[in-house]
Design a protein around this ligand. Structure first.
Ligand SMILES: [Zn+2]
Length: 91
């Protein structure tokens, strides 16, 4: 049986990896942006490979563009904390 490859690229550095190895940020149908720990939340998703890339993507507005929204400072800080925690437990 063939393995289905679900490759995604990090929006900050462009590195490709299996989607389960990346950190997913999602904008849900209501417009709220959150870190998606399950990788399966409905909505428009964007992937980063690390905490550093999340910060870089935010700084360069790549996350805003990928999600077609504008991240507020408090939302950014909340997601950054979740991404940092997830990045630590994943390794
Ligand atoms: Zn990256």
């Amino acid at each position: 049986m063939a393995t289905v490859k679900r490759q995604r690229s990090c929006i900050a550095c462009g590195r490709q990896a299996d989607k389960v190895a990346l950190l997913r940020i999602v904008r849900d149908p209501s417009g709220a942006v959150a870190f998606d720990a399950t990788g399966r939340a409905p909505g428009r998703g964007a992937y980063v490979c690390s905490e550093e890339c999340f910060a870089a993507a935010c700084k360069r507005k790549k996350l805003d563009r990928a999600l077609r929204t504008t991240l507020e400072g408090d939302v950014y800080e909340r997601i950054a904390a979740e991404v940092a925690a997830a990045a630590r437990t994943a390794r």
